[in-house]
Design a protein around this ligand. Structure first.
Ligand code: ZN
Length: 151
């Protein structure tokens, strides 16, 4: 499993899974949403401090596999300081990247997730934090489950 893990995951994913960024409760959060992937057992809660359309701060807590943790960590780095519209646009681009592996345009660091399409059973792990941030942006405080979403 460990060999498999090393072969499959980019060093950046390993680094973010071991040292997740913005992994904390967020004081002053005014939006949050939970993401749950029952297939893997990932449970992630995203917190946003949204001021108008601007994401002033973002964090996450919970427990998940290496891939969902790294995805949440890198999502928070991306989303901080971005507008709602920028994150919504990146959600649809990430969904395409993760499911097809086609790097269409500039993804910055997030392009490392293009490898995930080779493992369809792991796609839900990678996309889970993105579903959660979309739910949080919509002000939907209900838990979101990948089981109810089209990847
Ligand atoms: Zn997972």
């Amino acid at each position: 499993m460990f060999e498999d893990f090393r072969d499959f995951y980019n060093q950046m994913i390993v680094d973010h899974s071991l040292k997740p960024r913005n992994f904390r409760l967020l004081e002053g959060a005014n939006h949050s949403a939970q993401g749950h992937n029952p297939i893997c057992g990932d449970n992630i809660v995203l917190y946003l401090n949204l001021e108008g359309d601007l994401i002033k701060d973002i964090s996450f807590t919970g427990s998940g596999c290496a891939l969902s943790t790294a995805s949440a960590s890198m999502l928070t780095e991306f989303a901080k300081g971005k507008t709602k519209a920028e994150v919504e646009k990146m959600f649809s681009r990430m969904r395409e990247l993760i499911t097809t592996g086609i790097v269409n345009g500039d993804f910055g660091k997030l392009s490392v997730f293009s490898a995930v399409h080779k493992r369809p059973e792991r796609v839900k792990c990678a996309i889970l934090p993105w579903h959660a941030v979309m739910a949080a942006l919509k002000g939907d405080a209900k838990p979101v489950s990948t089981e109810n979403e089209q990847t």
